[in-house]
Design a protein around this ligand. Structure first.
Ligand code: PGA
Ligand code: MG
Length: 302
């Protein structure tokens, strides 16, 4: 079922300082909030520094499963942001963590329609996997009698954004889900579009998931936003109550809904889907931070 948009009417942020003082943790979405593609969004370093200087915990949650947490740590570093791996939760990690949470058998395998980030997280979690980029150049020749074999030990198909998506992968994933008894269909996320470059929006993970949903007629279990799986995981890990969290995102149907589903305060910024860039000079006081957020037309969803 597609995630509904946030139900609560939006209100323009009036008092950012009160918001900042009312929570101990800020969860930031990444694409459209921290960066767009590989381009850092103006004002982000100063904003993060300001919040850290006020003793706030910062956590980063991205639905983009192309990278592992470690790889995202490198991305933050190249953008000049010091963020440690433990503060980053990507949906690639969520897929592996979910399989761990259900004690997915280690003698079963995971077929991956997606990129390296998912493979790396599955490896770290000790799961056997196949597929991923190596199936990116496999072609199907539909000659008479052609029959595609598939591994009967696949117990889960994980689908995420995959720039090398092809018919071989759809067919392989479909065979596993339809013919291996109890085979799970897990989606890292269902974002319709995302900024894979800063120049435009690109078809997102939702397009790959939609293809497998179409061929299997099965709804996937989504481990990324707006599912609360990552919220529950990080709230438990950091020992925080969700009312002490403000979720900052650029999408209603994933980020804001994720925050609302988790019982957090939510802040919708307009630097992602709608572009209203704002800059914050380095000596920004929280009042300036407040006015910058207001300037950006931020809406506060409560
Ligand atoms: O890449 C995506 O699909 C979305 O990524 P985000 O959750 O960081 O906005
Ligand atoms: Mg985003």
């Amino acid at each position: 079922m597609a995630a509904a948009a946030a139900a609560v009417p939006a209100a323009k942020l009036e008092d950012a300082e009160a918001l900042i003082d009312s929570v101990e943790t800020f969860i930031f979405d990444c694409d459209g909030v921290i960066w767009k593609g590989d381009k850092l969004i103006d004002g982000v370093p100063e904003t993060l520094d300001l919040l850290r200087s006020k003793g706030k915990r910062l956590v980063f949650v991205t639905n983009n499963s192309t990278k592992s947490r470690k790889q995202y740590g490198k991305k933050f570093e190249t953008l000049g942001l010091s963020v440690n791996e433990e503060e980053i939760f990507a949906s690639s990690f969520a897929a592996a963590a979910y399989l761990q949470s259900i004690d997915f058998p280690k003698d079963k395998k995971v077929y991956v329609i997606g990129e390296e980030g998912i493979l790396k997280e599955l490896e770290l979690a000790g799961f056997q996997y196949l597929g991923g980029p190596t199936d990116g150049d496999k072609k199907i020749e539909l000659k008479p009698g052609f029959y595609m074999e598939h591994d009967k030990d696949v117990g889960a198909v994980v689908v995420g954004f995959d720039r090398y998506f092809n018919y071989y992968k759809v067919q392989y994933g479909t065979l596993c889900i339809r013919e291996n008894p109890g085979c799970l269909f897990i989606a890292t996320n269902r974002d319709a579009v995302t900024h894979l470059t800063d120049a435009q929006e690109w078809a997102g993970g939702g397009s790959m998931v939609g293809a497998v949903l179409g061929s299997t007629k099965q709804e996937p279990l989504v481990v990324g936003k707006p599912s609360t799986f990552m919220m529950d995981y990080l709230a438990k890990k950091f020992g925080i109550t969700t009312s002490q969290i403000c979720m900052v995102g650029d999408r209603l149907d994933t980020d804001v809904l994720f925050g609302q589903n988790g019982g957090c305060k939510t802040l919708l910024v307009l630097s992602g889907i709608l572009i209203i860039p704002f800059t914050l000079n380095s000596s920004a006081s929280s009042a300036e931070f407040a006015s910058a957020l207001t300037l950006a037309g931020c809406l506060l969803q409560v």
